[in-house]
Design a protein around this ligand. Structure first.
Ligand code: TXA
Ligand code: MG
Length: 342
């Protein structure tokens, strides 16, 4: 298959061009599109075969359900059976935006989208291109992140091209994703909200409106609340080791000690910012001082480590709040919980 690549300016959308990708979606095809979090790989949520093709293109296990994207709150009745008051409240405050609600599904949503669960994940993205694409296609769009299963989520069109060229009908290049980490996933089907995946809308922000909200990214028994949580995610080919702590407590010294111990390997280091100390690694990448910068750069940096053929990567992180919780969640997973605290 030849993948059509189109460039769309989010500030000045060429509707005729975007309509081509929307028509492909309507016809059962797949199109990758930018959102404010990461790029998504979309299909008509009501077309079961098209959704099956997403699993195939990604190499995604079929027990991992997808998020259904809508452009407008009023379309939620097309996918859900009921919207509890608490979800209405959060939607009023945070949607459109980087948050996904788990709600009871209605019968229009097939088992392929939800991997057989009675619930459905719904998100209203705020990215202009994403919303316009969904509107033009006239249907809710099922879309996981547009990476090969197990790879870091794509935050630029070139990442999508690396993983999906020749496998899908369209790739829409709308530039870099503003946030860079996937949306917050929050289960609204119980008596209080449970955050299953931390993201751009933080627990602190949600607790302002619903104080009893909790964070639970743990897997209990064999049936995780959110099936995606059980897979090793966001993993580059290199081994990742997280070095967590403050510089004044010797983070840089620890990284150097590990570089020496691993001499002979091709070593990459991810630092928050420059240091005057000499680092004995093969290459150093900088993620940014703030948690926001770290979030937006993390996945691109993990991909770059692979391009540079790193055998091992030492990544500096420090104590965190806000979106830093999501950064930690993703980098811990990338390291398969190989964490050294300093
Ligand atoms: O920001 C995002 O959320 C991006 C963009 C494209 O919207 N999408 C994304 O999709 O990250 P994906 O498929 O990579 O992650 C969806 C997560 C998975 O962990 C999945 O298991 C969980 O949401 N999920 C989907 N439906 C669910 C459900 N009914 N119950 C619990 N978890 C669900
Ligand atoms: Mg994903």
């Amino acid at each position: 298959m030849i993948t059509q690549k189109i460039k769309i300016d989010p500030e000045n959308i060429d509707i005729q061009l975007l309509k081509k990708a929307a028509d492909a979606l309507k016809g059962g095809g797949l199109a990758a599109f930018p959102t404010e979090t990461v790029y998504g790989l979309g299909a008509d949520a009501f077309n079961e075969q098209a959704v099956k093709n997403i699993y195939k293109a990604k190499g995604r296990p079929s027990d991992n359900p997808m998020i259904v994207h809508i452009a407008d709150k009023k379309d939620i009745c097309r996918v859900c059976r009921e919207v509890p008051e608490s979800a209405e409240l959060l939607m009023k405050k945070f949607s459109p935006g980087p948050i996904t609600y788990i709600l009871k599904k209605n019968k229009n949503i097939n088992d392929t989208v939800t991997a057989g669960l009675g619930t459905v994940a719904v998100r209203i993205p705020s990215n202009n291109i994403a919303r316009e694409l969904i509107k033009l296609s006239g249907t809710p769009i099922a879309a996981p992140s547009a990476n090969l299963s197990g790879k870091p989520s794509p935050t630029k069109a070139e990442h999508v091209i690396e993983d999906m060229d020749g496998k899908i009908e369209y790739i829409i290049d709308g530039g870099s994703c503003r946030i860079g980490l996937e949306s917050t996933v929050i289960d609204m089907t119980g008596s209080f909200p449970v955050i299953l995946r931390p993201g751009g809308i933080t627990m602190e922000m949600i607790q302002q409106y619903i104080p009893e909200t909790v964070l639970n990214t743990h897997i209990k028994g064999d049936i995780p609340k959110s099936p995606g949580m059980k897979y090793k995610h966001y993993a580059p080919d290199a081994d990742v080791v997280v070095i967590e702590g403050e510089r004044r407590n010797g983070v840089i010294e620890k990284i150097n000690e590990l570089c020496r111990k691993n001499a002979g390997k091709h070593i990459g280091v991810i630092l928050k910012e420059k240091t005057s100390a000499e680092i004995s690694a093969d290459f150093i990448l900088y993620a940014g001082k703030t948690s926001d910068e770290y979030a937006s750069n993390l996945f691109a940096l993990l991909r770059e480590c692979d391009k540079k053929n790193a055998d091992i990567v030492f990544a500096e992180i420090d104590s965190s709040d806000g979106i830093g919780t999501a950064v930690k969640n993703r980098i811990y997973k990338a390291s398969a919980n190989n964490i050294i605290k300093v």
